[in-house]
Design a protein. Sequence first.
Length: 220
Amino acid sequence: MRVVIAGAGNVGTAIATDLHAVGHDVLVIEQDPDLLAKLRPTLDVGWLEGDACEVNTLRIADLAKSDVMVAATGDDEDNLVVSLLAKTEFAVPRVVARINHPKNQWLFNETWGVDVSVSTPALLTALVEEAVSVGSLVRLLQFEGGDAHLVEVRLADNSPAAGRPLAELSVPRDASIVAVVRAGRVVIPRGDTVMQVGDEVVVLVTGDSEGPIKSLLVGS
């Protein structure tokens, strides 16, 4: 997968490092030449000096051949411009944008070319809720421009799913259990994976399937 990241700050470089580590083709765009010169020797990915808000820079980055655009700068206006250009001018299939200020969250939608928006304050709130809410369904991430979102639940003692293999659970067709975190380790769910009390179950759901999933994992 080819990924272009706008912004070489802490967030952008962390994303680039993780994606490169698992074998993806990564290009980072940064307009600060001093920062780029400092980071280039530390991370073996593609680097491009330029303003990601300019069409010519994105053209030089060959953005049209990318699978994902990540707008990860520290400026929400820049992230919106980058997202819009990536979607409208280069038809990038997936655009992920960082939200720096919660008050701007309403802007990060399909109108601006954003497929997925990530707000650190919103994620922290969700994690706080998850930490204190065993047996409650917590929304982690909303996919803008669609009905799909990620939810998580820590299975309680009375969960209807506890002790049952995944294949026996009546998971709705428009929902998918994507990961199970057990004792600090990620378990990729399979049909023979037995749900256990204390498992943190991450599920991709739609508005219609969220209720049935809650009944399945949390109970009435």
